[in-house]
Design a protein around this ligand. Sequence first.
Ligand code: MTE
Ligand code: LUZ
Ligand code: MOS
Length: 751
Amino acid sequence: MNSAHVTGQSRFLDDIPELKDTLHAVVFGSPVAHGRITGADLSEARDLPGVVAIFAAADIPGENQIGGILPDEPLLAEEILHFRGQPVFLIVAGDAHTARQARSKIRLQYEILPAITDVEEAFEKGAFLFPPRTFRLGDVDAVWKDCAHIFEGSAATGAQEHLYLETQGAYAVPLENAAMKLYSSTQGPTLVQRIVARILGLAMHRIEVEVGRLGGGFGGKEDQATAWACLAALAAWHLHRPVKLLLSRHDDLYMTGKRHPYRSLYKIGLSEDLHILGYEATFLQDGGAAADLSPAILERTLFHATNSYFIPHVKATAYSCRTNVPPYTAFRGFGGPQALFVIEAAIAQAAESLGIPAHKIQEKNLLAEGDEFPYGQRAEAPRARACWERAKAAYDLPLREKEVEAFNRQSALLKKGLAMMPICFGISFTKTPMNQAGALVHIYQDGSIGLNTGAVEMGQGVHAKLMEVAGRALSVQPSRIKMEPTDTNRVANTSPTAASSGADLNGKAVQHACTQLLQRLLETAGKMLQSDPATLEIRGERVWLSGRPGDLTWEALVAEAFLQRVNLSAQGHYATPDIHFDRALEKGSPFAYHVYGTALVTATVDVLRGRYEIDRVEIVHDFGNSLHPAIDQGQLEGGLAQGIGWLTLEEVRYDAEGRLLSNSLSAYKVPDMGSAPKEVRYEMLNAAGPPLAILGSKAVGEPPFLYGIGAYHALRNAMRAFRPGLHLPFEAPLTPERLLLALYPSETDPL
Ligand code: MTE
Ligand code: LUZ
Ligand code: MOS
């Protein structure tokens, strides 16, 4: 996609040439999951040649508070330690190696307090991060008596490590006028600006945050990039020298939060003809040691409790439990995947008990136009069913089923399974005020264009999409446009690039700026050509008069506009119209639109070895009018692979003392080419995108992650082809180890 990446020219945080006198920092993290600090001996560390300073909570000039939603998280621990790896001291030295050596010489004294690392224990003890919430539709308690079939069960999904290629970090440079410039590997430059200002006790205008690009974020840098920027800023503020803090992979793995694990209970009721009449779910979210983004993630779990189904009677309740591990945080899907796993488990249990394929139930209950979600919004045009029908036809579900049956009849040690996986994902930040963006567009005298927005490029291709938007708005070649780094001094008060909304929100702001510029240029052209501007347009870098190309070129027009002293810069702003949500009622219309799709997943299990392969994933996805098909394909495939990884291979493990066991890439398996599906096919749903999607091109960053759940069910069905009465709890990840143990539950159980 980006040739600068391939040729090694792209500059990430650690590639920024260091200024003279730059110092390097490392963080001393809590060695216990829960404890009380009783003292510390820093003398040996301080005496190490090259060590410049060691900072603690008492050195924070402003407020020692980095909580983004709730104020419950200190930047540096004061008295109580809440998780292993929680920052306690910041060691600054001439080079990172010396700082790390000094770290090993710090002697922290503490009393160990009892730690909770189990979400159910936290729930039983009433250890919550914030109050629970419930979404309701109809009257679920009254509907059970009308149900022909009722099933109850539990489901659990694990954590997930982001494993962005570029670890967390920041570079802080003190400026004159008590100001500071930060280069930060963050999805949320404004959030970094706001919290650094709070930590230093400065006004926001003293803090500038610049982000060139990230080597991946995946949600891990939506909130959790802030602490590292604050720490670098703290040291730079005291020492009046530039300070760089870049986490080692090991520090990043054990100090930062991951996707929330959930344990959930469900109850589902169906009519004789397989309509889901009632659904009740109770979600226990493991929030870790501080709220971080958990309130918003918990909310999205509730929004997606019923996936792409219409269920008339629903009650969904979610609790966020406090445990002594790093605060869990945003990760692609943001609580949505956890919710979809539970409803799909409920449907699978019903299907298995009734002896029918799950797709019979799924198909019966897909959302139709105008159906109400439990939160009050109505489903748009019947896209859920359109994707389903098209997938079923294009990939020939009946034939695939026959193939799988035929294979299983003749194969003893390899078994195949398939699953259909419909998805639905709401697009917008669920916190309405976050749905705004800004742009600043400069046209230079030579006709070239500088494009500034609040969008952070993290590999998802938002910059290429925004250049395309500007190019189309001004009708110029993309080569005329240069994307500038994201910088809070140029576009202020931005939301993090998240919720898959980067291109929509920033793209609409770009359009707003470009419309103003176009209007001014057409007025100039009108004067030059002595024509009514209303009869003019710019097409393909040329002024057209009444629908015909003229001689006036883009470059000549811009040059003249400059001489006429026309303002060639414009600021654009966009706020998604019409969305709202009332938290007192838990009702509203929070999303600009929903993204739908359906995947058909086929998998093969080696029942002797527990190994498996995902043979094929065939998708019909609701892209709208894709603005950039190559990028959208990348997002579809990348999201899918990450989703499959979450459900199959990736297993985050903490021990009872809150120690991360999966703390290296030898203990934590991420998907690679070997575990990728052997074949991925997709089709774009042939339906125009909605007006709130940028140029009709629907948000694509997160939704494809959800298809991964289909891989879990395809594997489960393959296992059931081997052992029809198999007892397999709905627990992910379904690692080869877990799969094999489930196939052979006890030593006395013969093959
Ligand atoms: N793709 C790449 N290559 N790297 C990333 O970090 N983050 C994902 C998704 N795709 C990510 C990615 C997440 S979590 C989100 S919310 C969106 O991209 C954010 O970008 P967008 O809003 O521009 O889609
Ligand atoms: N971040 C956020 C998100 O703050 N609010 C959201 O609704 C959201 N959704 C998905 C991903 N990140
Ligand atoms: Mo994505 S989880 O919204 O950064």
